[in-house]
Write a protein of this length. Structure first.
Length: 475
């Protein structure tokens, strides 16, 4: 059934036009005026036959009564006020509901609705305070850990979509991605005026996915972005209701894109063969499927436990030593703050993730064994750089699984007892005496840890800019 509030308002509107009282119209259609009043107030659902009688009595078409639009601007505000007053945000304040009757002036009504809208917007925004964002992130990491970072249902969907366009092996081409989009009723359009905060925009009305221009034709980034945009539809996402929902959706669309670019069956075949030769290397996996090192490393964590029988860890660390992203199900002790959050925490100076920065030859992966109180781990680290600075990508496993990896014969071996302060946190006592109290330093703000904070309907994307963009291109 339709929105009862709108239906009621439309009946009242046409009844007033016809100059009939509740009782008079009630008499014409054979119900009591009080019953009709309940219907007009949206508190009772009329049978379709009654709607037909009312329409006939008022001399309008049934479709006029069933229209979705409020019959007037005033009625629109009344409907919205009633809806907002019923919402949990207003209810939590314990204030009385205002009945927007005739005695409430238009300006008063407009002011009330405006305040309600702002209240609703602010409460959505407040969901993503930095603390809340960190907590949601941590919960998500723990949930993924319990799943071994493997999401079978998304694997199935990705496998089906990729197979449907006839992809059999190797890198998923831009052409295949375009055909996957077409199958879903989307056209991929490259534009150079996307809203600043948006990576892509999907116009559901006109079936278009807007992407930035291809600066590097065939780049992995664009294929991945297009797949992520499609994923919202394939996975049946609706507008995120909370920051945690937003994070979950982002994880799922990233997972879907990776599972298309590195499909399960082909990837598992490739990795099992490498395992058989004791020569697993993320760099080879990356090159075989034409993706970035980070994507390949993360994808490896999706498949390693479920299909290759090994526990793993993954780290993306900045050149300042801070964790940008991390995952483990192998017992590696990630640095965490009091809330259990790892993003922004410093990893041990002796870990491969940081030692690799000191190397001069960074074209290949760096290998290292690290002895910790939790056991010995084997790590393989690749460094890279972005405009924001250098970073390292590490995939590692407990010692027992090192035999399957390229680089296992390395002689690099360090020990780490972090978070024990004596490991690497305590400064050299001579230096400490020399400088203590004689210097001051200002810390870098880790923007990525606090962002993206929702500011509108889509977290992190400016609504106005988004809508202006859609207007510009919808014509
Ligand atoms: Zn340490």
């Amino acid at each position: 059934m339709k929105d009862l509030a709108t239906l009621g308002h439309r009946i009242r509107h046409f009844r007033a036009d016809a100059g009939l009282t509740l009782d008079q119209l009630g008499q014409l259609v054979g119900i009591a005026g009080s019953q009709l009043s309940l219907i007009e107030n949206g508190r009772r659902e009329p049978r379709l036959s009654l709607i037909g009688s009312i329409a006939a009595a008022l001399g309008v078409d049934v479709s006029e009564l069933l229209d979705d639009a409020p019959p007037s601007e005033r009625a629109g505000l009344e409907i919205e006020l009633e809806r907002l007053q019923r919402g949990s945000v207003y209810a939590s304040l314990g204030l009385p509901a205002v009945r927007p009757g005739k005695n409430v002036a238009d300006e008063t009504l407009a002011a009330l609705v405006g305040l309600h809208r702002e209240l609703a917007r602010r409460s959505r925004e407040a969901i993503a305070t930095p603390e809340e964002a960190r907590r949601a992130n941590t919960e998500l990491r723990q949930r993924q850990r319990s799943l071994d970072n493997h999401m079978a249902s998304i694997e199935d969907i990705a496998e089906r979509e990729v197979a449907a366009v006839g992809h059999v092996g190797g890198a998923l081409t831009h052409r295949s991605v375009t055909r996957m989009a077409e199958r879903l009723g989307f056209e991929l359009v490259h534009v150079d005026d996307l809203p600043h905060s948006a990576r892509s925009v999907t116009d559901l009305e006109n079936g278009r996915i807007y992407l930035p221009p291809a600066s590097i034709p065939g780049g992995h980034g664009l294929r991945s972005m297009a797949l992520q945009a499609m994923a919202h539809r394939v996975l049946g996402h609706s507008e995120p209701g909370s920051y945690a929902d937003f994070l979950q959706q982002r994880l799922e669309i990233n997972y879907f894109a990776a599972a298309c670019l590195m499909p399960r069956r082909q990837s598992v075949d490739f990795l099992r063969e490498a395992k058989g030769k004791h020569d697993i290397a993320v760099e080879d996996f990356r090159d075989a499927f034409g993706t970035t090192h980070e994507s390949a490393a993360l994808r490896f964590t999706n498949l390693a436990t479920a299909h290759l029988d090994m526990e793993v860890h993954f780290l993306r660390v900045g050149d300042d030593g801070a964790v940008y992203k991390a995952y483990e199900n192998d017992g590696l002790r990630l640095p965490v703050d009091v809330t259990g959050s790892t993003e922004g925490q410093l990893v041990c100076r002796h870990w491969s993730s940081r030692v690799a920065f000191a190397r001069t030859n960074r074209t290949t992966e760096f290998y290292q064994y690290t002895d910790t109180p939790e056991g010995t781990f084997f790590d393989s680290t690749q460094t890279g750089s972005t405009s924001a600075g250098e970073f390292s990508i590490t995939v590692g496993v407990p010692f027992v699984h090192s035999k399957w990896f390229r680089g296992r014969e390395t002689t690099n071996r360090l020990s780490s007892t972090c978070p024990d302060e004596s490991c690497c946190r305590r400064p050299d006592s001579g230096l400490s005496q020399r400088w203590s109290g004689k210097a001051w330093s200002s810390a870098k703000l880790h923007a990525h840890i606090l962002s993206p904070l929702p500011s509108g309907t889509f977290p992190g994307v400016d609504d106005q800019e988004l809508y202006e963009f859609l207007e510009r291109h919808a014509g």
